[in-house]
Ligand binder design. Structure first.
Ligand code: FES
Ligand code: MG
Length: 575
């Protein structure tokens, strides 16, 4: 896109002119020591910051914002940093996902209501990336994403350990009697040993890769470690670039096209990305007005090989990924499949952006000709147990369980599961199918990451490492196992998942994309008749609005009234 001539920018509706309103807008800003010429019509760049000490993954963001500001100033813009609700995956209860849409509302309204011409979104921990991009997409100003970067590799007793992934492993080892409590505690500080977000290919790393694949972040965004000097450089370059994007009027809707989403879905397969990307990309697409469905995930993910040998599907971590060349290498390898002409925030196409990428470690990033795993994509299942769909990540599952028929063992809440799972009397064996109900968007509420239920102690001690698990919940992107997730419609709204009883036979057939409850329709109708909706966990407040308006997993779990782009126009003055 060529440089257009100087236009009157949006911020001039606040800062331009000589009337009382312009006086108010400028005068109060000047209390920060901003000179008069900063209001001369240059791009005003908002730096939307999710810094918070309660979001440890984003706790280094004030430094990063300073680097962005340097870049904005160098390019002739006026940087203004503002806070938005921050969502820390590790602390928030009942689940950070409950608040993704709330944060997106904060972002949308903060951007639209303020004198901004362009926005830099500082994102890191899982939900901060989709929340900010959803909010920004509903406004559609020139926008660029900067991820905060992953932590350095964990290291426990001389061995690399991965965020999340090794927590699930260690916790099963403690329960199986193979790790002591003292060792378990020691591992805590070995896992999280620098600033940054989870350094496995969990949801944060996946979403950092998704924004790069979508073309809304500069190439290289996904993998540079948070504490590497080059992360600050990336921040500075992002600051420079957003000013150019304002001059060229490169808006989100120019970048977030259907081709961009298709690229992101394919890249998710190639990196063995988190299942959470499914609901997040569906929600972002809904905001910008791109039609995207679960069927697209299945179609584009089918036969998509996984190139990246990273936990939880593989062995390495994000630091290794960066040293191997990062996401541009993966995307260059995939150019034959991707929409190479898709336009990006650099002003160039995907193919141009990655043309010079070089693979420095084919153990970490496998070539397309010899992939790490054959099936990287997310598989979308359908059947009488999930009429609107469910998903599974084959690359994190056990091949032997991809076709499985077993007896259901049903838990109607996470508390029910916790009470029963280690009961020696529980009638369960390695062939059983564990079913968890009422953990979906309305049911939990917020669709918590509890779908990868731990196995019963008595089976763990026998050496069982995986079983089929089915729920309307999500799972952490750092988790693994033969876990069917996002069943829609969810149990708490009377979906068939609510009607499963102990002893029912369930058939999982991933190659044929089928999830079947072997109970006849008449019996299911009788059970439906007797079904009563569970009591909501809380009445009033945000949670009431959320449960009333939240969409199901197949539609991205956004609030129904937030879908769509409402633009950036605010014709009214405030005084
Ligand atoms: Fe923040 Fe994993 S807890 S990225
Ligand atoms: Mg997570």
């Amino acid at each position: 896109m060529t440089e257009t001539k100087k236009r009157t920018l949006r911020s001039q509706h606040w800062f331009g002119g000589n009337d009382k309103d312009a006086f108010i807008h400028r005068s109060w800003m000047k209390n920060q020591g901003i000179p008069d010429d900063a209001f001369d019509g240059r791009p005003v760049i908002g730096i939307c910051n999710t810094w918070s000490e309660l979001t440890p993954c984003n706790a280094h963001f004030r430094d990063l914002a300073e680097a962005v500001k340097r870049g904005v100033l160098e390019a002739g813009g006026l940087p203004v940093e503002f806070p938005v609700m921050s969502l820390g995956e590790s602390n928030l209860r009942p689940t950070a996902m409950l608040f993704r849409n709330l944060a997106s509302m904060d972002v949308e309204e903060s951007i639209r209501a303020n004198p901004l011409d362009g926005v830099v979104l500082l994102t890191g921990c899982d939900k901060t990336t989709p929340a900010l991009l959803m909010g920004a997409a509903s406004v559609d100003l020139p926008t660029i994403v900067l991820s905060g970067g992953p932590m350095l590799n964990g290291n426990y007793r001389g061995k690399p350990i991965g965020s999340g992934t090794d927590v699930w492993k260690f916790s099963e080892e403690v329960r199986g009697g193979r790790m002591t409590q003292t060792q378990f505690k020691e591992a805590e500080s070995c896992m999280s040993r620098s600033a940054g977000h989870c350094m496995t290919m969990g949801t944060a790393s996946t979403m950092a890769a998704m924004v790069e694949a979508l073309g809304v972040a500069l190439p290289g965004n996904a993998a540079i470690p948070a504490v590497d000097a080059r992360r600050k450089l990336q921040a500075q370059m992002t600051g420079r670039r957003i000013v150019g994007m304002v001059h060229e009027d490169v808006r989100l809707s120019h970048v977030l096209t259907r081709a961009a989403f298709e690229n992101a879905i394919m890249v998710n397969g190639a990196i063995g990305g988190s299942t959470n990307a499914v609901v997040h990309l569906l929600a972002i697409a809904g905001r910008i007005g791109v039609e995207l469905t679960l069927a697209d995930w299945d179609r584009l993910g089918r036969d998509m090989p996984c190139l990246l040998n990273l936990m939880p599907s593989g062995q390495y971590l994000m630091e290794d990924f960066y040293y191997a060349g990062g996401l541009p290498v993966v995307m260059r390898e995939m150019l034959g499949k991707l929409h190479g002409a898709a336009f990006t925030v650099t002003g160039a196409s995907v193919a141009e952006n990655v043309a010079d990428a070089e693979n420095f470690n084919p153990e970490v990033i496998h070539p397309l000709a010899a992939p790490f795993k054959d099936d990287g994509g997310i598989a979308v299942l359908k059947g009488n147990l999930a009429p609107r769909g469910a998903i599974i990540k084959p690359s994190a599952a056990s091949p032997a369980l991809m076709r499985h028929r077993g007896r259901a063992v049903v838990f109607d809440s996470i508390e029910h599961y916790k009470r029963r799972i280690d009961d020696p009397e529980l009638d369960i064996d390695a062939n059983s199918v564990m079913v968890l109900q009422n953990c979906g968007p309305k049911g939990y509420p917020g669709m918590a990451e509890v779908g990868n239920m731990g196995l019963p102690k008595k089976l763990l001690t026998q050496g069982v490492t995986d079983m089929v698990r089915i729920s309307d919940a999500r799972m952490s992107g750092t988790a693994f196992g033969t876990v069917v997730l996002h069943v829609a419609p969810e149990a708490a709204m009377g979906g068939p998942l609510a009607l499963v009883r102990d002893g029912d036979m369930i058939e999982l057939d991933v190659p044929n994309r089928r999830l079947h409850l072997d109970v006849d329709d008449a019996e299911l109708a009788r059970r439906k008749e007797a079904w009563r909706a569970p009591e909501p966990a809380m009445r009033g407040g945000y949670q009431s609005m959320y449960t009333e308006h939240v969409l199901q997993a197949d539609q991205g779990v956004d609030l129904d009234f937030l879908v769509g782009c409402r633009g950036s126009a605010v014709p009214r003055e405030s005084h």
